[in-house]
Design a protein. Structure first.
Ligand code: EPZ
Length: 418
């Protein structure tokens, strides 16, 4: 199991580029299944999850040409296998994103149920119910979703819970359905808009992107096109918080400031000095960290994917704070590891009550999920001495070359093969 050794206690200084968004790249790569041509993507992040999605589509007959410099050409217009097997799906839940496109393009799909993960049960009932409303015949047996449809038909679907990949799956499925689909209470995350714009460039007839109701008039086929993946707002937020917890000063390039409103607002309340130009942010924090209270919410609220990172900021704040996790039922496991590093945090159901301490102590810790791992990295960067983070495969799923980028910012970070 690979580990990360961090010798902490030094501020982060310098400049890095933000990579493409994992949560935009995954559905957009899956959308290539819908195309009758090739899809050329730019700003594709080099991440383990992206490699897994590529591997999954290759098992179905797709081919990929890596043009270098984060550009990828996808030929997925004539697949010969419509199965997403458990051995791949168990390593990446987002594999469920092939279900809608396979059903829409080929009328059949056999996709392993993703199962839960560390942060929660992660059901996919909303994906399945929506596809059934579009005429799919779906049976669940032996841990697989077996789906068939002569041709999906347009439907009006009201989602009782805002679901990001559920919105992505149903929007993709509706692009080739017969007739009009109305999706209500959809996710409006930037990644969904990036996907919708990619589908529009392929010829999909989608209206209402960015609002809670989107209307999709099905077409007979979608053409190939080229599309740029948006910057990863969660990676950007992680480094912004890293500058603050280490009392350093960073310049982040190639990001979308308009995707970070709720994060920037919280950082300013915490005492950060932030300035920005077109797609750059300068951030630093001198003096004491002010405690910040917040709940996680669907976009444009504070993302659940930055909750763990902000907890490190509050753990070192000059005062008490509360963080409430409202999206996932078990996304506070990083608290246990932060407590081992000296954080003063008490949990009551899905709310963390944090009393700021002057410093965190280096310790051996274990990553449990992607964003919890990022929080432990931030904590290790602030703690004098040696922090060893185990199971860092979680990190490589969602952060491109995190050790190279941190080393570029003056951190002492070493990847260990245990
Ligand atoms: C996406 O997961 C992201 N993953 C997650 O990022 C992110 O945390 C999450 O959205 C919330 O923003 C990708 O985009 C690949 P949901 P997703 O469906 O789509 C419930 C990361 O760290 N729900 O929006 O799986 C669900 O249990 C990852 O990058 C149902 O009940 O999340 C949760 O409580 C982690 N039934 C809530 O909705 C369903 O059918 C939101 O989940 C679907 C979801």
């Amino acid at each position: 199991m690979k580990k990360l050794k961090i010798i902490g206690g030094r501020p982060l200084f310098g400049e890095i580029d933000i990579s493409g968004s994992k949560n935009a790249a995954l559905p957009i790569i899956a959308s290539s299944i819908l195309s009758s041509g090739n899809l050329i993507l730019s700003n594709v992040p080099k991440l383990h999850d992206v490699s897994t999605m590529i591997k999954l589509l290759k098992t179905m007959g797709a081919s990929f040409i890596d043009h270098g410099d984060h550009c990828l050409k996808i030929e997925a217009h004539s697949l010969n296998n419509y199965i997403a097997s458990y051995d791949l799906v168990k390593t990446m839940r987002a594999s469920i994103l092939v279900l809608g496109p396979l059903l829409a393009k080929y009328g059949e799909a056999r996709v392993s149920l993703p199962g839960g993960c560390a942060i929660g049960a992660r059901p996919v009932n909303l994906h399945i119910n929506g596809l059934r409303k579009m005429g799919a015949e779906i049976n669940i047996k032996e841990g697989y979703i077996d789906a068939k449809a002569n041709r999906l038909r347009g439907a009006t679907i009201s989602l009782e819970t805002i679901t990001v990949t559920g919105t992505a799956n149903l929007m993709m499925a509706a692009t080739l359905a017969k007739g009009k689909t109305l999706l209500k209470n959809v996710a409006i995350e930037p990644e969904i808009i990036n996907l919708g714009e990619c589908l529009q460039s392929m010829g999909a007839n989608i209206e209402g992107l960015g609002t809670r109701i989107i209307s999709i008039e099905g077409v007979d086929s979608l053409r190939g096109h080229s599309h740029e993946i948006i910057p990863d707002r969660i990676e950007a937020a992680t480094y912004l918080i890293g500058a603050c917890v280490t009392k350093g000063s960073l310049k982040l390039n190639k990001l979308r400031i308009d995707h970070l409103d709720s994060v920037i607002d919280l950082l300013k309340k915490a005492g950060a000095q932030i300035s920005f130009q077109k797609n750059q942010i300068d951030v630093s924090l001198n003096g004491d960290i002010q405690p910040i209270n917040f709940s996680t919410n669907p976009y444009p609220g504070v993302p659940t994917d930055v909750q763990a990172q902000f907890m490190v900021l509050n753990a070192l704040a000059d005062g008490d704070s509360e963080i409430k996790e409202t999206i996932f039922e078990n996304r506070l496991m990083h608290v246990l590891e932060l407590q081992r590093m000296g954080a003063d945090i008490n949990l009551d159901k899905n709310t963390a009550y944090i009393k700021g301490v002057r410093k965190l102590n280096a310790a051996p810790v274990m990553a449990t999920d992607l964003r919890a791992s990022a929080a432990l990295v931030l904590a290790g960067l602030t703690a004098k001495g040696e922090t060893i983070i185990d199971r860092i495969y979680h990190i490589d799923r969602g952060y491109e070359e995190i050790d190279r980028k941190l080393s570029q910012l003056g951190a002492q970070v070493l990847r260990l093969d245990s």
